[in-house]
Design a protein around this ligand. Structure first.
Ligand code: CA
Length: 225
């Protein structure tokens, strides 16, 4: 099992890596958030152990960006009892488990083994594109943290665009996936609904997430516009 350990306290990182190696794990260490994110994005790890307070990018940012990039490697966060973030936050932001610092390696190993037994986790709970968030489970949409009310059709359209964010999608593709097969109206209904969405998720926030591609269709910007 290959572990990526992202921890900026070098003595702690070295001691933890040694302890995990002795338990049979293969361990790579990154000392800041940026390097940790870059390595984790390669998708080579069975689990990522991620400190929260890190230079360059916080553990909070690392896990958010990993999930936004559709990397679902299990993440175990190292949280400090009196830290800026607590355990609930670690789970809320997409981590799969946490261990409170200071921890014993016995406890860490037990958590890692449990996490690995659970297997591949955390399917896209929440879809994100920059500060645009869509939670299909809860049927909620947020822009800049503010709730945006969508009709079921608008929701389905945005969900489809967000699942394919960064890609060109044709009106026909959209029609096939968002309207049912019995729909026999004009393909331009897509244009109408794109307009509704823009008025809700873009215009009030001075953004332009949905790009019109002449002759092709649309593309939702991965950065949220
Ligand atoms: Ca730290």
């Amino acid at each position: 099992m290959r572990v990526l350990l992202v921890e900026d306290e070098r003595l702690l990182a070295a001691a933890t890596a040694r302890a995990l190696t002795a338990e049979g794990f293969t361990v790579d260490v990154a000392h800041d958030g940026e390097q940790g994110l870059w390595r984790a994005e390669q998708g080579l790890y069975d689990v990522v152990v991620l400190d929260i307070m890190l230079p360059a990018l916080s553990g909070y940012d690392v896990v958010r960006r990993l999930r936004a990039a559709d990397v679902w490697t299990p993440v175990l966060m190292l949280t400090a009892k009196d830290g800026e973030w607590d355990e609930a936050d670690a789970l809320d932001l997409g981590a799969d488990d946490y261990v409170v610092k200071p921890f014993s390696t016995v406890v860490l190993v037990a958590h890692l083994r449990a996490l690995l037994r659970r297997g591949a986790p955390a399917r896209p709970a929440v879809l994100t594109a920059g500060d645009l968030e869509l939670d299909p489970g809860r049927r909620e949409c947020r822009r800049c943290g503010q709730p945006v009310a969508l009709t079921p059709r608008e929701f389905a359209l945005l969900e489809y665009l967000m699942r394919r964010r960064g890609e060109a999608v044709s009106k026909t593709d959209i029609l096939d996936h968002v309207w049912d097969e019995n729909f026999d109206g004009d393909v331009n209904v897509v244009e109408v609904y794109i307009g509704y969405l823009r008025r809700k998720i873009d215009a009030p926030f001075d953004r332009a997430a949905i790009e019109t591609l002449r002759g092709t269709g649309y593309r939702l910007s991965s950065s949220g516009g």
